[in-house]
Design a binder for this molecule. Structure first.
Ligand code: NAP
Ligand code: F7E
Length: 334
C-alpha cells in the first residue's frame, strides 16, 4: 500500500484529495497544525481512515520528523495562506508559509526522503496581470499580490529542486476551483451562501467588490484527480489545470441567483471594502497539456458547480448548523 502525505489536509482540496486517494488504496497521512479548537469538518466522512500528523510548514524540524516517521511515497503540498486579501494584511506570514514553506518541505525531502514524489500547489494567481491569453505553462508570470508573489517563489523552488537535485518535483498550476467545501470568504462561496441566505429570508443584500473580474473556475474534486495524475507520470513537469472558459463575478451572481429563482440585480450591492489594491482582471487557462499528457478533463461544468454550491448551502442553512459571518474579517482597506 503506497503512502501519501498531504499538507493542508483540513482545507478544501486536501479533503477531496484524501478521499480520492483512500479510494485508490493509499495510506493517507494528513498534516494538521495545532489550534485551540481543531476543525476537521471537511474530513468528517474519512476522519477514521486518515492518519493525522501534527505539523506546520513554519517548522522545518517537524517536516523532517514526519518524513522520517511515515516514509511517504508521494507528498502533496497543499498547505498555504491561500486567501489573496489576507496576503496584503499579512504579507510576511504569507511569505513564510506560502513561499518559504515550500522550500522547507523540499529541503526535508532532499535530506531524508529524496525518492518521494512531490506535488506543489501552484496557482493561476502567478499570471496576475496576464501577459498572454489563454495562460499556459510557458506564459510569463506577473503576480499582483503578496500571495501571487509567494506562489511564484514556491513554483520556481520546485523547478529548481527538480533540476538541481533530480527530485521528482511537479508544479500544478491550478486555476480557481470551488465546491460546497470552499472557504466562506472566496467569491463563489460567498455568492452561493449569500443566495441561500436571501432565499431563506436570513439576509436581504449581498455586498460584493469588483463584479467585472473574470475567472476560469472548475470543481475541486476534478482538480484533486489531476494532482494525483501528475505524480503518476515517469517524469516530473509543470501542468496548467483549468476549464478553458472564463466567467465574470457578475455571471457567477446571475447563474447562482437565477438557480434560486432570484434576480441578482435586486440584491447585490457594491461595497468598496471588497475591492483590492491591485486586481487580477482576467484569467483563462489552456489545459491542453493536461489533457494530452494526463488524459485529464473536467467533469463538472461551471454552471453545474454554481448550482451544486447553491443547493448545498440551502441545505446547510436549513439544517441547525451555525454558519459564521466572516465578512468583517475579510474586508480590505485600500
Ligand atoms: P484552503 O482551503 O485555504 O486550505 C489551506 C490549508 O493549508 C488548510 O488545511 C490550512 O490549515 C493549511 N495551512 C495554512 N497554514 C499552514 C501552516 N503554516 N502549516 C500547515 N498547514 C497550513 O486552500 P485550498 O483551496 O484547499 O487550496 C489548496 C492549495 O492550492 C493552497 O496551497 C492554495 O494556495 C492552492 N490553490 C488553490 C486554488 C483554489 O482555487 N482553491 C487554486 C490554485 C491554487 P487550517 O485548516 O489549520 O487553516
Ligand atoms: O476572488 C472578486 C475579486 O477571493 C475572485 C484562491 O483560491 O483562486 C483564489 O484566489 C475574484 C477577485 O479568489 C468579492 O476581486 C468581487 O477578482 O474568490 P477570490 P482569487 O483571488 O481568484 C486562486 C487561483 C488561488 O490560488 C487562491 O488561493 O472575485 N470579488 N467581490 C470578490 N472576491 C472576494 N473574495 N469577495 C468579494 O466580496
Amino acid at each position: 500500500m503506497p503512502t501519501a502525505l498531504i499538507t493542508g489536509v483540513t482545507g478544501q482540496d486536501g479533503s477531496y484529495l484524501a478521499e480520492f486517494m483512500l479510494g485508490l488504496g493509499y495510506q493517507v497521512i494528513g498534516m494538521v497544525r495545532r489550534a485551540s479548537v481543531v476543525r476537521l469538518d471537511r474530513l468528517e466522512a474519512i476522519q477514521d481512515r486518515v492518519i493525522l500528523a501534527q505539523g506546520d510548514l513554519l517548522d522545518q524540524v517537524c517536516l523532517v520528523r514526519i518524513l522520517q516517521e511515515y516514509e511517504p511515497d508521494e507528498i502533496y503540498n497543499l498547505a498555504a495562506q491561500s486567501f489573496v486579501p489576507t496576503s496584503w494584511h499579512q504579507p510576511i506570514l504569507t511569505g513564510e508559509v506560502t513561499a518559504l514553506g515550500v522550500t522547507r518541505m523540499l529541503e526535508a525531502i532532499r535530506t531524508v526522503r529524496p525518492s518521494a514524489r512531490f506535488y506543489q500547489a501552484s496557482s493561476s494567481e502567478m499570471f496576475g496581470k496576464v501577459r498572454e491569453v489563454p495562460q499556459k505553462e510557458t506564459t510569463p508570470f506577473y503576480p499582483r499580490s503578496p500571495y501571487g508573489a509567494a506562489k511564484v517563489y514556491g513554483h520556481w523552488m520546485t523547478v529548481n529542486y527538480r533540476e538541481s537535485y533530480g527530485l521528482h518535483a511537479t508544479s500544478g498550476i491550478l486555476f480557481n476551483h470551488g465546491s460546497p467545501r470552499r472557504g466562506l470568504e472566496f467569491v463563489e462561496r460567498k455568492i452561493s451562501l449569500g443566495v441561500a441566505s436571501i432565499k431563506l429570508g436570513l439576509a436581504d443584500k449581498l455586498p460584493l467588490g469588483n463584479l467585472e473580474a473574470r475567472r476560469d473556475m472548475g470543481f475541486a474534486g476534478d482538480y484533486a484527480r489531476a494532482m494525483w495524475l501528475m505524480l503518476q507520470q515517469d517524469e516530473p513537469d509543470d501542468y496548467v489545470v483549468a476549464t478553458g472558459e472564463t466567467h465574470s463575478v457578475r455571471e457567477m451572481c446571475d447563474i447562482a441567483f437565477s438557480h434560486a429563482g432570484l434576480d441578482y440585480q435586486d440584491y447585490v450591492v457594491r461595497d468598496e471594502r471588497f475591492f483590492r489594491p491591485a486586481e487580477v482582471d482576467l484569467l483563462v487557462g489552456d489545459p491542453s497539456k493536461a489533457g494530452r499528457v494526463l488524459g485529464w478533463e473536467p467533469q463538472i461544468t461551471f454552471t453545474e458547480l454554481m448550482h451544486m454550491m447553491v443547493d448545498a448551502d440551502l441545505e446547510l442553512l436549513r439544517s441547525d448548523e451555525r454558519v459564521p459571518d466572516v465578512t468583517e474579517m475579510t474586508t480590505l482597506r485600500r
